[in-house]
Design a protein around this ligand. Structure first.
Ligand SMILES: Nc1ncnc2c1ncn2[C@@H]1O[C@H](COP(=O)(O)OP(=O)(O)O)[C@@H](O)[C@H]1O
Ligand SMILES: [Mg+2]
Length: 424
């Protein structure tokens, strides 16, 4: 849009004008100095002038630099404790304690569970029971007076590719809360993993910076914290979360400050113990409490520490996708993949044969198959033709299953141009 582009160009126009004005000024001063004998004066005092300019630059750097460091909480302690640099509340009271009291005293928040469930169900296919259950839990826990613990610590368990991570995102969106998404497979190695989440102790590498989780929760205390594939993280990393869930705060290692977790919602996802959990979920379909007890047993067997399981408020077991829901999710995935190429799917543009084929393959692979892997195979076979279609200015494509794989064809053109593409 024009105004946005203008906004982007304006600073450069100002800069160019400024440089031109400066050149003009310097040349005028030069002429004046030559005429008035000032040039000789400047030459004589060049050392003093250079020193003066240096001091001015250093002062400016100090002011700007200290401000930046202070904003990032990276000031050395002897400086950060100087009255003139401290946050008013850090200087005159115990800010952490005040924040904790505020969080405890926060008004209950009322959400309409039916409306929330409807939003979740509209976005997440084939998990209606879980969506209703999650919405009810969220309503109940937000309305409760806080007890020095997070709003909730929920575990989403089930096979891969059934919408666990997706429901976490949809939930954050529906609640209007920020999503802090951590892929826990990155923290499988213990030591350093915990450092990047919770900060490093003074004197260690990285201690000038807050951890990713502590910094994010300090800035948005009411976030939805999604700990994806929690079973992949090292048990030391798990242990670091125990105070977050038990005591309502995490400690930033670099400066020892406590960051409150009492307004946050923690969602853990896991693919562990799939077979057992889906059996249990069928067996105790009508009895969530008994399901929870049995699921805890199964997850313990899969290597979850008891103290972690004890702190989980509720376990939601996701069903494997069945029947047409597999096709629905696959179609959505294909649509999203194609839109990442700047194209849309023509109405009715996915050949049913493509989806039929995909469902068959998914059933053959079983619970471990995720629609993501299957659509990735399709993407590989049609990526080049999607790029070509985009280059030709196409807006929409359709996917057709031919004798030798899936093809992408430009849609809505008078005579659809065929593009070569094969599925491997
Ligand atoms: N039940 C579902 N409803 C809608 N989309 C889904 C569903 N399950 C999976 N998807 C799609 O597949 C992608 C991968 O699903 P994801 O939620 O990451 O699976 P997982 O259960 O392994 O966490 C999602 O981003 C979403 O686009
Ligand atoms: Mg996931």
């Amino acid at each position: 849009m024009f105004p946005a582009r203008l906004n982007r160009i304006l600073p450069w126009i100002f800069l160019a004008t400024g440089i031109l004005a400066l050149i003009q000024l310097v040349s005028m001063l030069g002429k004046f100095a030559a005429k008035s004998g000032l040039a000789a004066w400047f030459l004589h005092h060049r050392l003093e002038i250079a020193a003066g300019l240096g001091v001015a630059a250093a002062m400016a750097w100090l002011v700007v630099g200290l401000g930046a460091l202070r904003r990032r909480n990276r000031l050395p302690k002897f400086l950060s404790e100087r009255r003139w640099l401290m946050d008013i509340l850090d200087r005159l009271t115990n800010r952490a304690e005040l924040e904790r009291r505020l969080a405890e005293n926060s008004e209950p928040i009322f959400v309409d569970a039916d409306a929330l469930a409807a939003t979740l169900k509209a976005n997440v296919v084939g998990q209606d029971k879980t969506c209703v259950d999650v919405a009810a839990q969220i309503r109940r826990r937000l309305a409760l007076k806080q007890r020095g613990k997070p709003v909730g610590v929920f575990l989403f368990a089930g096979p891969p590719g059934v919408g666990k991570t997706w429901l976490g995102k949809v939930l954050a969106d529906a609640l209007g809360r920020k999503l802090l998404h951590f892929d826990m497979t990155q923290f499988s190695a213990g030591g350093f993993g915990a450092t990047s989440l919770f900060g490093a102790a003074k004197g260690y590498v990285g201690s000038q910076e807050y951890g990713k989780l502590t910094a994010a929760l300090r800035d948005t205390p009411d976030a939805v914290v999604l700990l994806d594939e929690i079973e992949k993280a090292h048990s030391d990393v798990h242990k670091n979360f125990l105070t977050a869930w038990n005591d309502g705060f995490i400690t930033e290692k670099s400066d020892g400050k406590q960051i409150s977790t009492t307004r946050a919602i923690f969602i853990l996802t896991t693919n562990a113990a799939i077979d057992e959990l889906s059996d249990l979920s069928r067996q105790y379909a009508e009895d969530p409490d008994e399901l929870r007890r049995a699921a805890v047993g199964a997850l313990r067997g899969a290597g979850f520490a008891p103290e972690v399981l004890n702190r989980i408020d509720r376990i939601f077991v996701f069903d494997p996708l069945a029947g047409l829901d597999i096709a629905r999710v696959a179609a959505l995935e294909i649509e999203r993949m194609i839109s990442s190429y700047g194209l849309t799917v023509a109405e009715g543009g996915i050949d049913p044969e493509v989806l039929f084929d995909l469902m068959g393959r998914q059933q053959k692979i079983g619970l471990q198959a995720s629609s993501r892997d299957l659509t990735r195979a399709i993407e590989e076979s049609i990526a080049d033709s999607l790029i070509a279609a985009r280059e030709k200015g196409a807006k929409a494509v359709s996917l057709v299953k031919g004798p030798d794989g899936v093809r992408a064809e430009i849609a809505a053109a008078p005579g659809p141009a065929k593009l070569k593409a094969q599925e491997g």
